[in-house]
Ligand binder design. Structure first.
Ligand code: AHM
Ligand code: MG
Length: 322
């Protein structure tokens, strides 16, 4: 029988009851998503719904199902007041007297569902600013520095929750015998330097010259600094960043030439990932400002991101400053 520290036990010692309830409800929902993802090819949930979401992107059946599952579980937490999701245009009030809000990407990297590559759920939990009643946009439009907890679930060869409540980063692996999360990665720190760079290099023609110059640096041979780096890119931010967190590396999704915004969403992709990486000793920037200090103005806002091992992000920044 599995022994060790369960997620519930861990939360009891680290957070208050209201926040614990939100995280536990989220984790229960993600257990359901993990089951669906494991059986996707057998249970008729692969493929698209035939619709597009608020971002104009094709919605996969599992995107839609995951979104509904999370809303149901978080409503049942009683302490989660409101919900923002990549899959919903507007915010949703779940519990009028709840204390917290959550922003989620229910199934990130969903184009990988049908090919059994790692995908994930990303989340960021804030304390609401309004006192009670329906949640407001302002409750969600908070800087990343204000987050109370953030992290992701990766559905890969194992299902792992990686999260921080602002004091260290911890990983919990789902035991598929009893469907409990157990502490498996204590006090995770990311290496200050790594040998991996992750970017969709197929977009090279759209990169501005400074990003191209940094990529040239990554591929230049130099034994002393372990270059050339290896390019690793799944096309699933959770999968790519989980690997880089543990092994060291830099993940980049830049803005295209002449633009300031990238593809990835600030509130439910970039801020939560930056919160985890910073708490693990790494850094995250949009090239001009720390991701966690950006003031969000729109619910589905996008940003460029350079995130990962501190020395590698600092080196990228040198090129961006030139
Ligand atoms: P999604 O939330 O619609 O799945 O899109 C986000 C994903 C990230 O997981 C990944 O890093 C990125 O999109 C990949 O984009 P691209 O195919 O342009 O490289
Ligand atoms: Mg996503």
């Amino acid at each position: 029988m599995q022994t060790g520290i369960t997620l519930n036990g861990f939360l009891t010692s680290k957070t208050n009851i209201e926040l614990s309830k939100v995280i536990i409800s989220l984790a229960e929902g993600c257990k359901q998503i993990a089951r669906l993802v494991s059986n996707a090819g057998l249970s008729g949930v692969t493929g698209t719904t035939g619709t597009t979401n608020v971002q104009g992107e094709t919605v996969q059946k599992l995107d839609d199902l995951s979104n509904k599952i999370l809303m149901d579980y978080l409503r049942a937490s009683e302490t989660c007041a409101g919900y923002l999701s990549e899959e919903n245009e507007d915010i949703v009030t779940l519990n009028q007297s709840g204390k917290y809000t959550i922003a989620v990407d229910p199934l990130d990297g969903s184009s990988n569902i049908d090919v059994a590559a790692p995908i994930g759920t990303i989340f960021c939990i804030n304390e609401r600013l309004s006192s009670a009643g329906n949640v407001t946009d302002a409750d969600f439009l908070q800087q990343g520095t204000a987050a109370k907890a953030a992290g992701y679930f990766v559905y890969g060869s194992s299902t792992i929750l990686v999260m921080s409540t602002g004091n260290g980063v911890f990983g919990f692996t789902l035991n598929t015998d009893n469907y409990e999360f157990y502490l498996s990665h204590s006090d995770v720190t990311t290496p200050a330097s790594g040998k991996i760079y992750s970017i969709n290099q197929g977009n090279a023609a759209k990169f501005d010259d400074k990003v191209a110059a940094f990529l040239n640096y990554c591929t230049t041979v130099d034994k002393e600094t372990s270059r050339p780096y290896s390019l690793r890119y799944i096309g699933s931010m959770v999968g790519d960043l989980h690997r880089n967190l543990l092994k060291g590396g830099i993940f980049i999704y830049p803005a295209n030439k002449g633009e300031t915004k990238g593809k990835l969403r600030l509130l439910y992709e970039c801020i939560p990932m930056a919160f985890v990486i910073e708490n693990a000793g790494g850094t995250a920037t949009n090239g001009k400002q720390r991701i966690l200090e950006l003031q969000p103005v729109e619910l589905h806002e996008r940003t460029a991101i350079f995130i990962g091992s501190a020395n590698m992000v600092a080196k990228a920044q040198e090129f961006l400053n030139n």
